[in-house]
Design a protein around this ligand. Structure first.
Ligand SMILES: [Zn+2]
Length: 409
């Protein structure tokens, strides 16, 4: 791949040197973040830690908004770029399965272990310290740069960006997300939706099941029908592949464990690819013969949990797939920036996850790219980790991107 020279050839070595110098402080900050548990809706202490770091590093306008997101700004030009990572993490389901305490920030062999190390505290630390380099080299002319540490990314992906765009009035022309891309460039992800499906029965005494109708038995073939549907999904996108569908939870209701249940509900995680709408996805489920036989109806779930600041911001749990086309200035700049920083042609990261890009790009059409340290295979696992050696190139990427993007536009 041909690398375009920078307008100011002295800038690049400068940024690489400054990012190396800033790496130890970035590592310390990241360790701190990992030691502060920040489950979705419980991010307060971590947010306050990010706020302090931004203030210390010289960000302007540092504040926590009414939803609980932390924002810091550099520059005040008419063109806005945003660098985002979510600050919340998933929880710990089996503490005994962790080799290292998930909240101690254990370092071993150049790798930092702990919950959220990969998703997305590593990216967040690198963004906060990477963009801070611009306080020394200068923000490219015409640009305002927002760094956002966003909440509720795990339990309602992109909710924070619905708020930032609608209520905080932030309208970036590009969003860069610090996702765990293993220093690859991500320009699209599948979207997702959460669905529930309830089968009804008739509760009777457990000693005489024939007199009633067992809702769990009605649900059993539906669950298997969903499993079959997964193999039958046809819509395919060249970059994102096919959607997927999986039953991810089940509950039932009965007057007691000595009674036949009158209600059984399954929860379904549906990943959608480009070209699949929520209506289509719901219809596919509704038309399964097993679902028809039970008279059940798939319903899209809604999210209306208060954030740690107490703000409730209801939304339906549908988050569209997104792609930022190859050749657009955002993607060209991301590829070029990564090539400069890595000294090689970057890998295109094919993410299995969703991210806030489902809202910035999927809902609002804002060109979005992902780039960050750590590998998503460790995210949400008991081996959650980040190789510290990836922090410096990630910091350099964030610091260099605005200038290279400016040259593209
Ligand atoms: Zn996650």
């Amino acid at each position: 791949m041909e690398q375009k020279p920078l307008v100011s050839p002295e800038l690049e070595p400068d940024l690489l040197r400054l990012s190396s110098e800033a790496a130890p402080a970035c590592i310390e900050f990241l360790r701190d973040l990992v030691t502060i548990p920040s489950p979705s809706r419980g991010e307060r202490l971590a947010c306050e830690r990010v706020q302090r770091e931004m203030e210390r590093l010289g960000y302007e306008d540092v504040h926590i908004d009414a939803m609980g997101n932390v924002l810091g700004r550099l520059g005040s030009g008419p063109r806005t770029l945003a660098f985002d990572a979510h600050i919340d993490t998933v929880g710990i389901s089996a503490p005994s399965k962790w080799k290292f305490d998930p909240f101690r920030g254990v370092l071993s062999g150049g790798v930092l272990f702990g919950r959220g190390a990969s998703d997305q505290k590593g990216g967040l630390a690198a963004i906060v310290h990477g963009i801070a380099i611009l306080t020394r080299t200068g923000v490219p002319d015409d640009f305002t740069i927002w760094v956002t540490a966003t909440v509720n990314g795990e339990d309602c992906v992109g909710l924070a960006w619905q708020y930032l765009i609608h209520d905080e009035g932030i309208h970036p022309e590009v969003v860069v997300i610090g996702m765990p891309s293993h220093l690859g460039v991500c320009r699209g992800q599948r979207g997702r939706m959460e669905v529930e499906l309830t089968a009804l029965g008739v509760a009777v005494h457990g000693s005489q099941p024939d007199r009633g109708s067992n809702a769990i038995y009605s649900m059993a073939p539906i669950a298997l029908g969903i499993a079959r549907l997964h193999g039958e999904l046809e819509t395919e996108h060249p970059l994102l592949g096919r959607g997927s569908v999986a039953v991810t939870g089940i509950t039932s209701r009965s007057p007691s464990l000595t009674a036949v249940p009158d209600e059984c509900t399954i929860y379904i995680d549906r990943r959608v690819t480009i070209g699949e709408t929520k209506e289509q996805a719901l219809t596919q489920m509704a038309e399964l013969p097993e679902v028809q036989a039970a008279g059940a109806e798939p319903k899209l779930l809604h999210y209306e949990q208060p954030t740690w600041r107490g703000l409730t911001y209801p939304t339906e749990k549908f988050f569209p797939a997104w792609v930022t086309p190859e050749g657009t200035p955002a993607v060209a700049a991301a590829l070029s920036t990564a090539a400069h920083v890595l000294g090689r042609e970057p890998r295109i990261h094919r993410s299995n996850f969703s991210s806030n890009g489902c809202v910035t790009a999927g809902m609002f059409g804002i060109p979005t790219v992902g780039f960050g340290p750590a590998d998503e295979i460790h995210s949400h696992t008991v081996t959650d980790q980040i190789p510290l050696v990836q922090l410096q190139p990630a910091m350099a990427f964030y610091a260099l991107f605005p200038e290279i993007y400016r040259q593209q536009g």
